[in-house]
Design a protein around this ligand. Structure first.
Ligand code: ZN
Ligand code: ZN
Length: 291
């Protein structure tokens, strides 16, 4: 039995509806799926229902963009309550930040004499957590660029003329939020962020696991993180980071995480929930957005 624990849907920058994610996952023979949209868990209810109907297991997930010591890193949350009030309030705030960033990127494009309206991007994105891939798609739809790659290369990549820095929460606040909502916090694709030396500190601050298996990790990279997870005594997770058709070909099926790791994740979530219940209604952490 295998799992893919890192998948995006139409509720952020993926192209599949949650039901399509599940249908694709079923085709590939997965026993377990997790949906991990950026800054929203909105798709989880539909994905859970589709998984139940298909006889598959579903784990609610989310991917938060965080920052530690000036480095961007992504924190995955798993097994939390998707209707948790604090989680909903905070993700709504992150979504507002994303929408504002789209407006600023469009303003920069307009300054470069590229005619594009923010509303066109929002209409195309049709979700509360829009991102750069939606701007890229709007640029292709408007005939300004011939491909998503060209849109990123010319305008949207870091330090290109229409790039706007993204405001992020601290990794500690992201992990705290996930724990409060009853979930486990996992560092996404560390091989892409070059944050190895920070991982022991992140574990001390509450990190529960490392995404060792990822489409963009080489075998050697996965091995390095497996050893690190073992050494630090944290969970091992893995996923394709499939965005449907948004990043070329659908990646679902490229990573097959053995079920053993899902069992360990579920055990950790149960522990977190027991602790959360014991401490009762903990006061909400003050989560501050900072550049
Ligand atoms: Zn990511
Ligand atoms: Zn992702």
């Amino acid at each position: 039995m295998f799992a893919d624990l890192h998948i995006h849907s139409r509720f952020s920058d993926g192209t599949y509806a949650p039901e399509e994610v599940v249908a694709e996952g079923r085709k590939h023979g997965f026993a377990v799926l997790a949906l991990t949209d950026h800054d929203t868990a909105e798709g989880c209810a539909a994905a859970a229902a589709a998984c139940a109907a298909a006889g598959m297991e579903f784990i609610p997930g989310v991917e938060l963009t965080a920052e530690q010591d000036g480095h961007e890193l992504h924190i995955l949350g798993y097994g939390f309550d998707p209707t948790h009030a604090l989680l909903l309030a905070q993700t709504e705030q992150f979504q507002g930040v994303r929408q504002q960033r789209i407006r600023e990127m469009v303003a920069r494009l307009n300054g470069l004499n590229v005619p594009l309206e923010a509303d066109a991007v929002f209409a195309l994105a049709n979700c509360r957590a829009p991102g750069r891939p939606h701007v890229a798609r709007a640029l292709v739809a408007a005939g300004v660029c011939s491909s998503l790659d060209e849109a990123f290369e010319r305008f949207l990549k870091k330090h290109r003329p229409a790039w706007v820095p993204k405001f992020k929460i601290s990794a500690t606040d992201a992990m705290e939020l996930i724990h409060q909502a009853g979930g486990a916090a996992v560092l996404a694709h560390p091989g892409l962020n070059r944050v190895d030396e920070m991982i022991p500190d992140l574990v001390s601050a509450g990190l529960d696991g490392i995404e060792c298996f990822h489409t963009k990790h080489s075998t050697a990279t996965s091995q390095r993180y497996l050893e690190m997870a073992d050494r630090l005594g944290v969970l091992v997770t893995g996923g394709s980071d499939c965005h449907g058709m948004n990043k070329g070909q659908p990646l679902l099926g490229s990573i097959r995480l053995p079920y053993l790791h899902v069992e360990q994740l579920k055990r950790r979530v149960a522990e977190i929930r027991t602790t959360a219940n014991r401490t009762g209604a903990a006061p909400s952490p003050a989560i501050h957005l900072h550049p």
